[in-house]
Write a new protein. Structure first.
Length: 241
């Protein structure tokens, strides 16, 4: 959880996993103009088609990126955890091409796009981290296309759990517990399933003694089995490279 004394702390930690930052880089990030605000669940941080004026850094809570179909349905294309700088492509693309929405109550730091753009131009190490973060986002999107398009329902749910576990562990050992702030409807929109089917697949993984559910808290009983069911290989997250 980010503190008022170090608003950018989580984001800096993430960027330092992507590129080597020096003290001047860290100071430049902390000097950014910023507007910190709490937001409710299901709040739009950015809407498809609108002019991108700010980058949102997720300090606390959870968010997702999504695309809306013409019939009103939506496809969630990624989940985001604290420390994520959401939609860095707005530094180069003037208008948003998707929605960003909070999943649970959150706290965000809004930084004007011109300030972020100037930071990237002035600090090559930070620019490298931004570029690498954007490329990893693209890698995750590709994996999600494969997940929805070619894996069966049980594997899709297992894969989502594996990804969240690895991301929550910041690239280290996968934790033995995951908290799911999203509803089963959110999971359905991320995996191309119905809410009923999502519930059935979670129950099936529970019966297999791979996970143990307690409402939205998931305990991972057998990490190796969960990865096998999911066809999960964390290489696409590029955590260690």
């Amino acid at each position: 959880m980010a503190t008022d004394d170090d608003i950018f702390g989580a984001a800096i930690i993430k960027l330092e996993r992507l590129a080597l930052l020096d003290e001047q880089d860290r100071a430049a990030i902390r000097a950014l103009p910023v507007d910190v605000r709490p937001v409710r669940a299901n709040t739009y941080l950015m809407r498809d088609g609108e002019e991108a004026t700010h980058c949102a850094i997720l300090l606390d809570g959870f968010a997702c990126r999504q695309k809306a179909a013409g019939d009103g349905g939506r496809q969630i294309v990624s989940f985001h955890l604290p420390g994520d700088i959401i939609a860095l492509q707005t530094l180069m693309l003037p208008r948003a091409d998707h929605d960003v929405q909070t999943i649970a109550r959150a706290r965000i730091a809004r930084v004007p796009v011109p300030a972020m753009r100037a930071l990237a131009r002035a600090r090559p190490n930070i620019r490298d981290a931004f570029w690498r973060d954007t490329l990893i986002d693209a890698s995750i999107f590709r994996e999600w296309v494969l997940n929805v398009g070619r894996r069966d329902a049980r594997s899709r749910i297992a894969h989502m759990l594996c990804e969240l576990a690895v991301l929550a562990s910041a690239g280290g050992d996968a934790p033995d517990r995951i908290h799911l702030p999203m509803t089963q409807s959110d999971i359905a929109d991320a995996t191309g399933l119905t809410s009923v089917h999502v519930n059935r697949m979670l129950q099936e993984l529970d019966r297999m003694d791979v996970i143990l559910r307690n409402k939205r808290d998931i305990r991972i009983i057998d990490w190796a089995a969960l990865q096998q069911i999911a066809d999960f290989d964390a290489a696409y997250l590029h955590a260690a490279s």
